[in-house]
Ligand binder design. Structure first.
Ligand SMILES: [Zn+2]
Length: 267
């Protein structure tokens, strides 16, 4: 089994969206400077003996050309070169989208579910609570300002079959799906047990970066349910200890520089 981290570009945003209250005024320094930071966006390709599996699909390449509403282009602008488009990252690993029959989506946000239209032939595993939330939210009201981090066009994609996941289970030999709700109503992380390089944990937006992870864990600026958010972070920490695993932070610019990117892989 081989695991490839695909570099699908990056978002930028105010740090307060990532680490809650990152820049706060105090009595002696009431006015503080905001920080505008980069958030790498990754997808994970697993070359498994039973077939290729993709975990998350990144952002739609047309995001900044009107595919995303203006408010999201302002708050989370996407930067993506031609080489960073999902199909070109897959090509680095000698893979075509048609070859991928199983896709796991951590949650339905714009930087994780933006290229589902490449996988209409696939079985797609999604966290039930977040899928229901996303589908509902984009249909209640025409106004995209009410859709949060979900894009209606992403939610309109039909696939071979959506599988609504609520439980932790062994997805394939050596790959576990774990439920990590909090950031969104439901969120799926994956735990991958490799022969040579041990266990890797991909919690995606349950753990944005090393600062959020701590310990102690910190709240992110954007979260659906703070109690389950902190509980899920501790679940990741327990898994890290149990397997002596490596945790891959979802959107951490410094961390991202330290890991292997496709075509290099973990095996
Ligand atoms: Zn994200």
């Amino acid at each position: 089994m081989k695991v490839y981290v695909l570099d699908t570009g990056y978002l930028e945003t105010d740090k307060n969206n990532v680490v809650g209250g990152a820049t706060m005024g105090t009595y002696s320094q009431p006015y503080v400077q905001n920080k505008w930071i980069k958030l790498p966006v990754m997808a994970i390709l697993i070359d498994h003996p039973d077939g290729k599996i993709l975990y998350d699909v990144g952002s739609n390449p047309e995001a900044m050309n009107g595919y995303w509403p203006k408010n999201l282009q302002e708050v989370y602008p996407l930067y993506q070169t031609k080489e960073q488009r999902l199909e070109n990252q897959l090509a680095l690993c000698g893979t075509k989208p048609e070859e991928i029959k199983k896709v796991i989506i951590s949650h339905m946000h714009l930087d994780h579910a933006g290229n589902l239209d490449m996988f209409k032939h696939a079985d797609v595993y999604v966290p039930k609570a977040d899928f229901m939330q996303a589908q509902t939210q984009v249909r209640l009201n025409e106004n995209p300002l009410t859709h949060g981090g979900y894009i209606k066009a992403d939610m309109d994609v039909s696939v071979k079959q959506y599988h609504l996941v609520e439980e932790d289970f062994e997805f394939a030999k050596g790959i576990e799906i774990v439920n990590l709700p909090g950031h969104t109503p439901g969120l799926l992380g994956i735990v991958v047990h490799l022969e040579n390089e041990g266990t890797l944990i991909f919690p995606q937006d349950c753990v944005y970066n090393s600062e959020i992870y701590g310990p102690p864990a910190k709240a992110s600026g954007l979260l659906y349910d703070s109690l389950s958010f902190f509980k899920s972070i501790e679940k990741v920490r327990d898994l890290e200890k149990k397997y002596n695993a490596k945790v891959f932070f979802a959107h951490d610019e410094e961390f991202f520089k330290t890991i292997k990117h496709a075509p290099e892989c973990y095996e």
